[in-house]
Design a protein around this ligand. Structure first.
Ligand code: GLN
Length: 240
């Protein structure tokens, strides 16, 4: 199907500070799969000091505790604007360190508490042991239900209020290693600990985000996902 005149704007927040383990691949997957459906994609990069533009999808990647400090301060300046975008049901995808900062706060094991912007309700506390390895989880939002990726974080995230988990852990630690939850969702704001990159090996979830951005009533044509699903399957239930 041709989707003439459809266009999405993707805004990449702070790629110079937060971009671990190929997080940029998430932007590439969104762009690739949208353009295959003849949806025009405009990319906008936002760095420290820049205004944040209107966009359909906002993406923020993972990072070290050090880089998260600068982003935490910068995000405060844009908190009201981004809360407004959330309430307009714009799509947000936040990975690991970015996920922690879209929630209420991250208290690392050493150093200052990093204040988030509360697009999601929940908080993160640094733990002594890092959670590192492959993750398989199950989400209610897509078919197939499995999500796969790679986690590497010290933070333990606990969700509160109306923010719900994105998926349920099958293999790996996810949010906190205790309650079998992985990631978060509130409205169309999604957070996850899955790097790797996340979207290239979860094409069904990539399409889910594109549909949320363009409107659920618009059908996306099928693509040949053989390579993406081979990557996906190669990680399913791979021992941690
Ligand atoms: N610094 C954070 C933590 O260790 C986030 C790490 C990451 O983004 N990979 O929890």
């Amino acid at each position: 199907m041709e989707n003439n005149n459809l266009k999405i704007t993707i805004c990449h927040l702070y790629p110079k500070l937060l971009n671990l383990y190929g997080d940029i691949g998430n932007i590439k997957a969104l762009k690739f799969r949208a353009e295959k459906r003849e949806i025009e994609v405009q990319l906008k990069e936002v760095n420290v000091g820049d205004d944040i533009p209107d966009a359909d999808i906002y993406f923020i990647g993972g990072g070290q505790d050090r880089q998260q400090i600068d982003v935490s301060y910068e995000l405060q300046k844009h908190k009201e604007f981004l809360l407004q975008k959330r309430d307009e049901n714009k799509v947000f995808l936040a990975i690991c360190g970015g996920y922690q900062l879209l929630a209420d706060y991250f208290q690392p094991i050493e150093g200052e508490k990093l204040i988030g912007i509360s697009l999601l309700s929940g908080y993160t506390i640094g733990g002594k042991k890092r959670f590192i390895g492959n993750v398989t989880a199950k989400t209610e939002y897509t078919k197939p239900e499995t999500l796969v990726g790679f986690e590497n974080h010290s933070g333990r995230t606990y969700l509160t209020g109306d923010t719900k988990p994105l998926s349920k852990i099958i293999v790996g630690n996810g949010n906190n290693g205790e309650d079998s939850t992985e990631g978060a969702r509130y409205k169309n704001v999604f957070g996850t600990y899955l790097h790797g990159s996340f979207l290239p090996k979860n094409p069904h979830f990539t399409d889910y985000l594109i549909k949320l951005a363009i409107g659920n009533e618009i059908e996306l044509s099928e693509l040949d996902n053989t390579i993406e699903m081979d990557a996906h399957k190669s990680l399913i239930n791979k021992p941690y």
